[in-house]
Write a protein that binds this ligand. Structure first.
Ligand code: HEC
Ligand code: HEC
Length: 222
């Protein structure tokens, strides 16, 4: 290769990749706003509350933060808003063993925060963070009908079975030792009918048959 060819290769090569960078940057700038819903004043106020109480000191959100506590990016997509609000206001009302402290938020701050968390849950993050629990077994068609119902309804968002899942509700690893069939089915359908002021959401939308399959699965956990 002559000196001149090498020089041309360098100049045109650099120019080509520089132009490519410009085109891809513009493409990204056009796509980004479409990945998230419009930001309202309430959502903005919610983000300020998130920073005021340093939630990020324990939680991760959109890839930023600590790993001490569960990822909050899609928390509102996985759990009912009333449940999350109650938890944020006073974690130990929901789970007496909760590691998260009562931070002393006002009702208004909690409402704004919920608007912010609902917004992050609607941002298109290409399904990040992933849902680990039982998903592989269900995909391989090795799960029992009750396990499939457990997975589809995302019970693992709040419960642990043998080390995997969320900590908002009690560990279910040995829950089969605690309950009788009819009572457990009734509890899953409408928890408040069995335990007053239960923070567990009801699953009344499941059919009688599904509730039975789910109960049978839970009773095997011992
Ligand atoms: C000192 C650490 C710490 C701080 C600060 C903290 N959290 Fe938590 N949070 C936790 C832990 C740990 C959990 C897991 C449940 C448990 O054991 O308490 C949790 C659970 C939660 C849950 C229920 C999560 C779920 O998916 O079940 C929500 C919602 C939540 N935190 C929101 C917040 C918000 C909002 C803030 C800021 C206002 C905040 N947290 C600040 C430690 C913290
Ligand atoms: C939003 C969080 C949340 C979700 C989702 C959730 N639970 Fe719960 N669950 C709780 C909480 C909080 C409690 C404890 C409340 C109580 O004592 O009534 C609980 C209690 C339970 C108990 C009683 C545990 C015990 O030790 O006696 C069982 C069983 C249970 N849940 C099963 C399920 C199943 C099955 C699903 C999915 C179909 C599910 N939960 C979904 C929060 C949740």
């Amino acid at each position: 290769m002559s000196k001149k060819t090498a020089k041309n290769l360098f100049i045109f090569g650099s120019l080509f990749f520089f132009l490519l960078l410009v085109v891809l940057t513009i493409d990204t700038m056009i796509r980004v706003p479409r990945r998230a819903p419009t930001i309202t004043a309430e959502i903005d106020a919610g983000k300020r509350v998130w920073h005021k109480y340093d939630c990020i000191g324990c939680h991760t959100i959109m890839g930023n933060g600590s790993y001490f506590a569960p990822d909050m990016t899609n928390a509102a997509g996985r759990k009912p808003p009333e449940f999350l609000k109650k938890f944020i206001l006073n974690p130990r009302v929901i789970n007496p063993k909760a590691a998260m402290p009562k931070l002393g938020l006002t009702e208004k701050e909690a409402d704004n925060l919920m608007a912010f968390l609902e917004w992050t849950s609607k941002v298109n993050t290409n399904k990040w963070p992933p849902k680990p629990v039982l998903a592989a077994a269900v995909a391989r068609k090795e799960a029992s009908p009750g396990q499939i119902i457990y997975q589809r309804n995302d019970c693992a968002a709040c419960h642990i079975i043998v080390g995997i899942g969320g900590t908002a509700g009690p560990d279910l690893t040995r829950v089969g030792l605690k309950w009788k069939t009819e009572e457990l089915t009734k509890y899953l359908k409408d928890p408040a009918s069995v335990k007053t002021a239960s923070a567990m959401p009801g699953f009344a939308h499941l059919s009688e048959h599904e509730l039975k399959e789910l109960t049978d699965y839970l009773l095997t956990l011992r």
